[in-house]
Ligand binder design. Structure first.
Ligand SMILES: O=P(O)(O)OC[C@H]1O[C@H](OP(=O)(O)OP(=O)(O)O)[C@H](O)[C@@H]1O
Ligand SMILES: O=c1cc[nH]c(=O)[nH]1
Ligand SMILES: [Mg+2]
Length: 207
């Protein structure tokens, strides 16, 4: 299985708080944003830098700045929306696209209902979705981007099941997957076990 589990102690602590069934929507959203920032710090480690001449109050010097790499963040609606602000806090110049997918409760197959993306030319993308369960939604979102010509895609999730990682590895071996937790399995309804329940419902207070 090709997946990077970001198990920094702060991330593990915050994921545990999110898993608790008594955690309400406000705390759930705030924790998701905080974890996304912590993961984003690592995921952006390979951003290219360039030299820039600057003057401090004391002397001229050469500093580093992020070179003009074009980045796109794409949340898979709805739950992925909860991970957008955390990344934008780190990369304010990123553009944001949206892919609307819901998982049919009977077949567990993803159903597309929306797609709006920024200009994809020379742009790298990070797809965000808290839950990677069967992997059907993530795989479909990646395919959508690739069909538009996107070449460099990362997938960032909060909690994954091994089945979802394996599905994305098989369908898209070029896409690196980053998760905060790799759980045991899926139950008969396709929910991650132990997981945290329905991420979209917990973020938005629906049922
Ligand atoms: O890996 P999969 O088996 O495809 O399942 C994961 C998908 O399920 C959830 O979305 P959901 O369909 O509940 O939509 P929502 O975000 O609107 O609640 C989740 O946010 C993923 O997009
Ligand atoms: O456990 C799961 C599986 C799919 N979608 C969720 O929100 N949670
Ligand atoms: Mg949902």
């Amino acid at each position: 299985m090709q997946v990077q589990v970001m198990d920094h102690p702060l991330i593990q602590h915050k994921v545990t708080l999110m898993r608790k069934k008594e955690t309400g929507s406000t705390d759930f959203r705030n924790l998701l944003e905080e974890i996304t920032m912590l993961m984003g710090y690592e995921i952006t480690r390979d951003l290219p830098l360039e030299d820039i001449a600057i003057e401090t109050p004391v002397a001229p010097t050469t500093g580093k700045q992020i070179s003009g790499k074009k980045l796109g963040i794409v949340p898979v609606l709805r739950a992925g929306l909860g991970m957008v602000q955390g990344l934008l806090n780190l990369i304010p110049m990123a553009r944001v696209g949206h892919i609307g997918l819901y998982r049919d409760p009977e077949t567990l197959e993803p159903v597309e209902y929306y797609c709006k993306l920024p200009d994809v030319q020379d742009r790298d993308f990070i797809i965000v979705d808290p839950m990677l369960a069967t992997g059907g939604s993530a795989s479909a979102a990646i395919t959508l981007l690739k069909d538009k010509g996107v070449q460099n895609i990362k997938l960032m999730c909060l909690v994954a099941a091994p089945q979802g990682v394996q599905r994305v590895n098989k369908d898209h071996p070029d896409v690196r997957i980053y998760v905060a937790a790799l759980d045991d399995t899926l139950n008969e309804h396709g929910y991650i076990v132990p997981g945290l329940g329905d991420a979209g419902d917990r973020i938005f207070g629906t049922k």
